[in-house]
Design a protein around this ligand. Structure first.
Ligand SMILES: Cc1ncc(COP(=O)(O)O)c(C=O)c1O
Length: 368
């Protein structure tokens, strides 16, 4: 049996430090925000190369507040991609704005900059590229187009902790960047968590207030805010885990290279790492028209896989009100039908990778 990911193995590898961090929060009783969360904010801002980091209770909350701080509201349009986790789109809907989709590039599965400009209207108030699977969107053309139109870019970096574009870290290129610390993420909490990073002082101040009931100081509510605070325990745990992130990312990249070497030339296509980007392989998705059959056969051999994501957001029942239909975003639709996420976690052994790759080669009918 090879699991899709193994959170227990990771906990065991750092147990003494995690246990000490948790007990320290219990002793201090700083259960909501507090010193550990503040320390984690400082460390994570530095890691991303941003001036500020504001810790919240999920990636969805991070996106919601980043959009609000950019002034997004009812009547506005926000451009993003349909081939993403639904939260990207829900966060736009929370503000009352309308999500407008552009298709993905078929190789990187990130926003196709060639399609961006034609989606811009006088109502467009933000562009929200998604660094899907851990590889950053093609930010230079996106930022150039956004700059020409005076539209802010907010990065959905929920899957891309430590990913880079031309040497710059995810979250530091747009006006703000949003991260998720859902347990299975490359940097995962032991519960829910999220972060906005920004180098804009005004955005940082607004987001800091909005996450804590819009307070400027206690019981002085300047804005209509939310209870989106990070818990002390999560801050303490994430602060410990951040120290291991680079090592874990390098392990993922090594696994990806090994998968690539074993699967290349076969009948599944392997993910492409674009030359000027550092892919952090949150998801290692191969692609084949026989996806469903391959998934069933791997399951029968005890190999867990995932689908990220089987239905693009424009075809989700919940978002039919946007008026899109099948055929509107062909690259997203084809990807949704054909991608299959293989097991990928830092603690995987080379033998496990070999076993998965051998099963994929055999089941997908590849002879090597
Ligand atoms: C691309 C993307 N955006 C947003 C989110 C939302 O993050 P969370 O689950 O922490 O709310 C996630 C994670 O699940 C994600 O993968």
């Amino acid at each position: 049996m090879i699991p899709f990911l193994d959170l227990k193995a990771q906990y065991q590898s750092i147990k003494p430090e995690i246990d000490a961090a948790v007990f320290q929060v219990l002793e201090s009783s700083q259960f909501v925000l507090g010193a550990e969360v503040a320390g984690f904010e400082t460390d994570f801002a530095a890691y991303c190369g941003a001036k500020h980091a504001i810790a919240v209770n999920s990636g969805t909350s991070a996106l919601h507040l980043a959009l609000l701080a950019a002034g997004i509201g009812p009547g506005d349009e926000v451009i993003t991609i349909p081939f993403t986790f639904v939260a990207t789109v829900s966060a736009i809907c929370y503000t009352g704005a309308r999500p407008v989709f552009v298709d993905v590039d078929p190789v990187s599965f990130t926003m196709d900059p060639a399609l961006l400009e034609q989606a811009i209207t006088p109502r467009t108030k933000a562009i929200l590229p998604v660094h899907l699977y851990g590889q950053m969107a093609d930010m230079d053309p996106i930022l150039a187009i956004a700059g020409r139109h005076g539209i802010p870019v907010i990065e959905d970096a929920c899957q891309a902790h430590g990913a880079e574009y031309k040497g710059r870290r995810a979250g530091s290129l747009g006006v703000s960047g949003c991260f998720s610390f859902y347990p299975g993420k490359n940097l995962g909490a032991y519960g829910e968590g999220g972060m906005v990073v920004t180098s804009d002082d005004g955005h940082a101040k607004t987001i800091r207030m909005l996450r804590d009931w819009g307070q400027e100081k206690r019981y002085h509510h300047v804005l209509k805010g939310f209870n989106y605070r990070m818990e002390g325990m999560q801050g303490a745990i994430l602060r410990v885990k951040l120290r291991y992130l680079e090592q874990w990312t390098e392990a993922r990249r090594t696994h990806a290279r090994q998968y690539g070497a074993l699967l290349n030339g076969g009948s599944v296509s392997v993910p492409a790492e674009v030359s000027d980007r550092r892919h952090v392989y949150h998801i290692y998705a191969v692609r084949t028209p026989e996806r469903d059959a391959l998934q069933r056969m791997l399951q029968a051999e005890g190999i867990q896989t995932g689908l990220h994501y089987p239905i693009p957001v424009h075809l989700q029942e919940a978002h039919q009100d946007l008026g899109y239909k099948r055929g509107d975003f062909p690259c997203s639709e084809a990807a949704a039908d054909e991608v299959l996420s293989l097991p990928m976690f830092p603690e995987m052994s080379a033998t496990q990778i070999e076993q998965v790759a051998a099963a994929v080669r055999q089941e997908a009918g590849v002879s090597r």
